[in-house]
Design a protein around this ligand. Structure first.
Ligand SMILES: [Zn+2]
Length: 149
């Protein structure tokens, strides 16, 4: 997915994940059902769609550009656009104030609890569980042979 740069409001482009998946622009509050392009053809279709939107937009603030974002960031953008008028913040400032990078994939996520360091992606949750199991085994192993000298 991409965030369209150079316009005054938040607008994204992604592939509408249906059998005849097409590149579409969408409001970040409505990010569900869209995904990132999976191949060069889809990527190009997304960029063309983003440029289309930019060209048709009367609200330009600068040159056309796109910024790759993950599905999770697109959802965060939705929260941001709901709060933006109150906060008068940049998305980058806002996201920094709300989120932290995942310990494994480094993507930004908003923690559900203050101590949460891992995002909800299945591969990261799996990595977290594996590490926990490894640490447990290591602790168990190192206990009896702690002082060899
Ligand atoms: Zn992660």
């Amino acid at each position: 997915m991409y965030l369209i740069k150079g316009i005054k409001h938040l607008r994204c482009v992604g592939v509408w994940d249906m059998p005849d998946g097409k590149a579409e622009d969408f409001d970040p509050e409505n990010a569900g059902g869209y995904r990132s392009p999976k191949n060069e053809e889809e990527r190009r279709a997304c960029i063309a769609k983003a440029l289309d939107y930019y060209n048709g937009c009367g609200d330009k603030t600068g040159d056309f550009g796109i910024e790759p974002i993950t599905a999770e960031q697109a959802e965060l953008l939705g929260d941001f656009s709901a709060e933006a008028s109150l906060a008068a913040m940049d998305f980058e400032d806002w996201i920094q104030s709300k989120s932290r990078p995942c310990r494994y994939c480094k993507n930004l996520f908003i923690p559900n609890a203050p101590g949460q360091k891992v995002c909800k992606r299945p591969e990261c949750q799996r990595a977290r569980k594996n590490e926990k199991a490894r640490n447990y085994k290591r602790r168990k192993k190192s206990k009896p042979s702690q002082d060899p000298a």
